[in-house]
Design a protein around this ligand. Structure first.
Ligand SMILES: Nc1ncnc2c1ncn2[C@@H]1O[C@H](COP(=O)(O)OP(=O)(O)O)[C@@H](O)[C@H]1O
Ligand SMILES: [Mg+2]
Length: 238
């Protein structure tokens, strides 16, 4: 049986980049195990992801995982609490092999994921085991970024625009694997500009613009409301 998923609660989050305020009192609740965050370019989605991971300082506000306060903690403490980030642009090391990327993450937290399982679920990575990061296609890099994240046996996985630049077939495969993780009890925060990927991944969608979450709606509501799509995703309505 699946474990219960972890709850992420963010309240009144203010984050700056340099001297510029970017997040302005953002609130977000992930209680059902899966939430998509959708918003246009520049809405502050990546800033949110980096702040959750402790990679940008929090000016004020609260970020809790299962009630434990994480705001202000360094990234290694947040990783130890069970949060992992699949960053935008994959961030694969050019001069490490696929296998070295996975082994780097080995043994961080106990759980069902290890290199053998990553290779079983993502067989393309097994074929590319000894290839270097700079020899991989975009899809392979994204598989590696996800596989590396799963190696940490996260309680919450934060994915920043995983579908960016990938073919629909590869996106589908990755979303299936993410759904499997959710069934096993991992919470999922999926950040996207791509509405289709967001809707496939979660029943609930937080719509972000100007550094705040303005609305949280069901995926059905977003799918049927062209005004919301236009306002938050810039999808043409005609
Ligand atoms: N390193 C940075 N320094 C200063 N401002 C930044 C930096 N990175 C992003 N920003 C600004 O922060 C805002 C939000 O960016 P970001 O969080 O990347 O949005 P999104 O991921 O939704 O596209 C944008 O206005 C962007 O110009
Ligand atoms: Mg971004």
């Amino acid at each position: 049986m699946a474990n219960p998923t972890s709850a992420l609660s963010i309240r009144g989050l203010y984050v700056d980049r340099g001297a510029q305020p970017i997040l302005h009192g953002l609130n977000l609740q992930l209680t059902g195990g899966r939430l998509a965050v959708l918003g246009r370019n520049g809405a502050g989605k990546s800033t949110l992801c980096l702040a959750i991971m402790g990679m940008l300082p929090v000016r004020s506000g609260s970020i809790t995982l299962d009630g434990v306060e994480l705001a202000g903690k360094p990234p290694h403490d947040i990783a130890a609490a069970g949060i992992t980030l699949v960053p935008q642009g994959r961030r694969v090391f050019p001069s490490l092999t696929v296998d070295e990327h996975l082994r780097l993450m080995e043994g961080r937290r106990p759980g069902p994921w290890n290199a053998a399982r990553v290779y079983r679920e993502l067989p393309r990575l097994a074929e590319r085991k000894t290839n270097y990061g700079n020899q991989l296609s975009g899809g392979e890099k994204q598989m590696l970024a996800l596989g590396r994240a799963l190696m940490t046996n996260p309680r919450l996985i934060v994915l920043d625009e995983p579908s960016e630049g990938l073919s629909p077939l590869i996106v589908e495969h990755l979303l299936q694997l993410i759904a499997e993780c959710h069934r096993e009890g991992t919470s999922i925060l999926l950040v996207e500009q791509n509405m289709r990927a967001g809707l496939t991944a979660a029943a609930e969608v937080a719509l972000m613009s100007g550094g705040v979450v303005s609305h949280t709606v069901s995926s059905e509501t977003l799918q049927s409301d062209e005004n919301l799509q236009h306002q938050y995703l810039g999808i043409a309505t005609h």
